[in-house]
Design a protein around this ligand. Structure first.
Ligand SMILES: Nc1ncnc2c1ncn2[C@@H]1O[C@H](COP(=O)(O)OP(=O)(O)O)[C@@H](O)[C@H]1O
Ligand SMILES: [Mg+2]
Length: 234
């Protein structure tokens, strides 16, 4: 199996205090590529301006606010629905999975994959031991990679790869983490590239992992098994 994670920064307008702005042309373009190359694929997407600004508005990382959780969750689902409707329109049998209301049942997921569905996960809020927490698309990828037979993972984002001194690094390993700072100027409650990489290094399985710019062309290359952007060495 392979996982493609599409960053919220690719499919939404992700600036401070911007709510619910989807890049519909971009979504259509990417979905067309996915529709043509969907064998053995699981899709995960971030929620960008459909998620982060709500978490900030309701301060969901600091306090419990069930109404805020509800509003955030509905917004995440809205973006997921846009993507799923687009894929459906292109003939893809999609199965949207909403982390807040789905207890990760990997047997069920395997069965649905075998039935021919393209699973589509999204960043969301989850309930964990009496608390509501943010689950990023990146964290969902780690969960899936550790529990399903995944061998290749692509993180499509809004930069050409992992940058060190402004240049795209061809390879990246854990010892290079110290060069990566947190995202600034964006609404991001999950730590930008730094948060993403910390999560990636939690993956226990040996996988080929790539971080690259989420253009339709790059995504197609990733799905066809080519090398794109930065290769992360686990
Ligand atoms: N060294 C770095 N290399 C690449 N991106 C970086 C780096 N340091 C910070 N960033 C920021 O991380 C952002 C990507 O993370 P994020 O916005 O969370 O993307 P996504 O929406 O794909 O999860 C980049 O747009 C950039 O602003
Ligand atoms: Mg992110």
């Amino acid at each position: 199996l392979k996982i493609l994670k599409i960053g919220g920064s690719v499919i939404t307008e992700k600036k401070k205090n911007v709510f619910n702005v989807a890049r519909l042309d971009k979504i259509r373009e990417i979905c067309e590529v996915i529709a043509r190359n969907r064998e053995n694929l699981i899709l995960v997407h971030g929620v960008g301006s459909f998620g982060h600004p709500y978490v900030e508005k309701y301060k969901l990382k600091e306090r419990k606010d069930v109404y805020g959780v509800a509003e955030t969750h509905i917004a995440c689902k809205k973006l997921n629905e846009v993507i799923c409707e687009t894929l459906l329109d292109l003939g893809v049998p999609v199965l949207p999975i909403h982390p807040l209301t789905f207890k990760f049942d990997f047997e069920f997921l395997k069965e649905m994959i075998d039935e021919g569905f393209l699973l589509v996960f999204h960043g969301d809020m989850v309930y964990n031991k009496g608390r509501f927490e943010v689950i990023s698309g990146d964290e969902i990828v780690v969960k899936l990679a550790d529990n399903l037979n995944v061998s290749r993972i692509g993180f499509a984002t809004d930069v050409d790869g992992i940058l060190i001194d402004g240049k795209v690094s061809e390879k990246f390993d854990k010892s290079m983490l110290k060069f990566i700072s947190l995202a600034v100027g964006k609404s991001d409650v999950t730590g930008g590239m730094r948060g993403k990489l910390e999560k990636i290094f939690n993956i226990k399985r040996r996988c080929d992992v790539f971080v690259f710019k989420g253009t339709a062309e790059n995504i197609e290359r990733f799905l066809r098994g080519e090398r794109v952007g930065t290769k992360v060495i686990l």
